[in-house]
Design a protein around this ligand. Structure first.
Ligand code: TMO
Length: 313
């Protein structure tokens, strides 16, 4: 009798503890500063809630989020772009605590480029080859009030890739003619596209694919090919750092205990496989259709309900 009672108490306390720990431990999802990442955070969050979990969207920074996932401050890092995030991702994995929860079925690219109307108007003959940028006339057509007479590259926020693009200009011997400015946010890049068009001046911005611009006429510049180690942060030198960006994967990272603490959320997360058009749509809903991030996520889930349900089972 007493033995049975002890057993029942033990079982009950395990049940109570597991329920309590689930309720007390919301899934912490990082929120960064470009649209598809934020909308995807909301998509995952809304599906985790459908699965019975609570969710916390946590403002985070691109590189340091992998250490946060490693130690469990965050549960996932859902948009991990090879060309700019592989290093902190693998460093955290090497220390232990971060796992690879799968790769989306698409190819990523993050590179400097320009809107296609610049080609149509032949504003810089020879584009999209980077060698066109050696022309002083070309550089002058891309100058802005803050660029000191040089052509301007508008990079993303400095926290995304630090010195990669200033080093690129040096490596290519273009830094006498061109300069890099950093945008405060991704939104500033899209504002710049509109401003340059309105002013009829050239613009080179950092951009990426998949993105909404895949469908709206944007061309990436052809730089010398990437190879392992060409960039300075990977052991390269000024002579080698003129290399372009690699084509890459898009991975999902998770805290090592996430499969045990939130099992059905983890199962969904590993199966979730967003395509390039899906990610382009997530960005477009916020950047061009005027939805909030949360509204875009709800609309996205409605649009892909059958697929999402497959991933949930
Ligand atoms: C990390 N990003 C997709 C904005 O290049």
């Amino acid at each position: 009798m007493l033995k049975n009672l002890t057993k029942i108490v033990a079982i009950l306390s395990v049940l109570v503890l597991s329920t309590v720990s689930k309720a007390a431990d919301p899934i912490r999802i990082p929120v960064l500063n470009w649209s598809s990442q934020i909308v995807m955070a909301n998509v995952l969050g809304q599906v985790f809630e459908e699965l019975g979990y609570s969710v916390e969207l946590v403002p985070a920074e691109s590189a340091s989020r992998y250490e946060a996932v490693r130690i469990g401050d965050l549960h996932i890092a859902h948009e991990t772009w090879e060309s700019t995030m592989a290093l902190p991702f693998y460093e955290a994995m090497d220390k232990g605590g971060l796992i690879d929860a799968g790769t989306h079925d698409l190819i990523t690219f993050e590179e400097m480029g320009f809107p296609n109307w610049i080609l149509d108007e032949n504003l810089c003959p020879g584009l999209p080859s980077w060698e066109a940028l050696k022309s002083p006339d070309c550089a002058a057509a891309f100058a802005t009030a803050d660029s000191g007479g040089k052509g301007r590259w508008l990079e993303g926020p400095i926290e995304w890739h630090g010195d990669v693009m200033p080093n690129r200009l040096k490596g290519l011997g273009l830094d006498d003619l061109w300069t890099v400015k950093f945008a405060g946010s991704a939104d500033a890049l899209w504002t710049e596209l509109k401003a340059a068009k309105a002013e009829g001046r050239g613009t080179v911005i950092f951009n990426w694919s998949p993105n909404f611009t895949d469908a709206s006429g944007f061309t990436f510049i052809d730089f010398p090919p990437y190879y392992e180690g060409c960039r300075i942060e990977n052991g390269g030198t000024v002579e080698t750092t003129g290399c372009g960006s690699p084509k890459g994967w898009l991975k999902k990272a998770a805290h090592i205990k996430f499969p045990m603490t939130h099992p059905s959320a983890y199962k969904f997360y590993t199966k979730a496989n967003f395509t390039a058009p899906m990610i382009g749509l997530m960005a477009d809903m916020y950047d061009n259709q005027g939805m909030t991030h949360a509204e875009a996520a709800t609309a996205f889930i409605a649009e892909y309900r059958d697929t999402v349900d497959l991933w949930k089972n």
